[in-house]
Design a binder for this molecule. Structure first.
Ligand SMILES: [Zn+2]
Ligand SMILES: [Zn+2]
Ligand SMILES: [Zn+2]
Ligand SMILES: [Zn+2]
Length: 411
């Protein structure tokens, strides 16, 4: 059995002094990583947490109860879970969890209970807690002259985390609890990153893009859902086409859109050749320069806005009802979980469509059960069938549009 990925600071070492608690040590390790110190901590936390879920907690009744209550994870963490499971060879664990979700969704549709898709992702909750604890401690340490003298030269933060440390409650909703703003220059390295020289080959351009995205958007959860086979949500497909056209329009004739494209939409536009990597790099470079400027402004002005919202996410949000209405809903229509929730809000569509959808979910849950059963040693001689890809279809069903927001109203 492989070992759980653990940070090295769990080991006792002589340098481990009383005045440096585990949170501080984690931040220092993060500062040593070369990227955003807080993102580095969060990335390691996520890896550990998903590993432990799959290796140890997947059969725990309390964990399964929580999983059923929340219908599993948000799209981002569903994708990260698949990546972790694939790396560990733990697909049966994923089959169990996805099977739970499909049965629970079918039950809720059957009884007319609200779906509440992605309202309460447990991993997001743990991440928010960990992020707040580390930012609070970092802000405290930056008030300590000795610590700051030692660590500030190495300290790098992404735009979001730098903004939080500069004493704001921006989109992340974090409160550091420390009023005084640190005098450490947190935006200088962002400015340096934003300057991209010419003469890139394709590979170094991709690296530059990844660096700019990490500085602007924070760490990236691993994505582990194979592209095929699809679930085939008609509304997601319509959305994708509309977003690609809008992206092409935003970048046409050398223009660079305002804001910061999210990773999902950036890679969609790249895949569909709606933008070139060089155009994207120029966009991110401009966005990072604007963000560094706004961070500097925040030293004196609390309200300086950060240009971090994605113009294409904004576009989808504004056009969502229109796009949903453009797809005919009949009992044959395949929809992802996110769009099912919206479809069921219209009473006219709930009847035949709901019944057909429950059938589709029952079939999927049966296949997931078979995938789990056939992964046992006793069933090793049995021929494999379509159940082998059931986890991929389920992952697409649960997170078709990874990173997207819930569409139905929050209650
Ligand atoms: Zn960060
Ligand atoms: Zn989540
Ligand atoms: Zn969809
Ligand atoms: Zn976006």
């Amino acid at each position: 059995m492989t070992q759980a990925p653990r940070s090295r600071w769990w080991r006792w070492r002589p340098s481990f002094r009383r005045d440096r608690d585990l949170i501080t040590v984690a931040i220092e390790r993060g500062a040593d990583s070369g990227g955003c110190a807080v993102c580095s901590v969060l990335e390691a936390r996520e890896r550990r947490s998903l590993w432990i879920l799959l290796r140890e907690h997947v059969l725990d009744p309390g964990t399964r109860g929580d999983w059923n209550r929340t219908l599993g994870f948000c799209a981002r963490h569903t994708s990260a879970l698949c990546a972790t499971a694939t790396g560990m060879g733990q697909l049966p664990g994923v089959a169990i969890l996805f099977g739970d979700t499909t049965r629970e969704v079918a039950r809720r549709i059957g009884t007319g209970a609200p779906l509440h898709v992605w309202r309460d992702c447990l991993e997001c909750g743990r991440e928010v807690q960990s992020e707040a604890a580390h930012l609070r401690r970092l802000a405290q340490q930056l008030g300590d002259a000795g610590w700051t003298a030692q660590w500030a030269p190495k300290l790098r933060l992404c735009v979001r985390h730098a903004a939080s440390i500069m004493g704001t409650g921006m989109r992340t909703g974090m409160r550091t609890g420390v009023r005084a703003r640190p005098t450490v220059p947190l935006a200088d390295h962002l400015r340096e990153l934003a300057v991209i020289g010419g003469g890139h080959d394709a590979r170094s351009l991709r690296r530059t893009l990844a660096t700019l995205q990490a500085a602007l958007l924070g760490f990236e959860s691993p994505s582990g859902i194979p592209a095929l086979p699809l679930w085939g949500c008609g509304q997601c497909d319509a959305e994708t086409t509309a977003v690609t056209d809008e992206g092409r329009r935003l970048f046409q004739e050398g223009a660079t859109p305002e804001g910061t494209l999210c990773r999902r939409h950036a890679s969609l536009l790249l895949d569909r050749s709606a933008v070139t990597p060089a155009q994207l790099a120029a966009h991110y470079s401009a966005a990072l320069q604007a963000a560094a400027g706004a961070l500097e402004e925040r030293r004196t002005k609390r309200s300086a806005g950060l240009p971090i919202s994605c113009p294409l996410c904004d576009f989808v949000e504004a056009r969502a009802p229109e796009l949903a209405a453009s797809v005919a809903l009949d009992s044959e229509a395949a929809l992802c979980l996110r769009h099912v929730e919206v479809a069921l809000e219209a009473p006219a569509s709930a009847g035949a469509f709901g019944a057909a959808h429950i059938e589709a979910l029952r079939a999927l849950s049966h296949e997931l059960g078979e995938l789990h059963r056939k992964s046992a040693w006793d069933a090793r001689e049995e021929p494999k069938g379509t159940e082998q890809t059931s986890w991929i279809r389920a992952a697409h069903y649960l997170s078709y549009d990874a990173g997207a927001l819930p569409l139905a109203r929050r209650e």
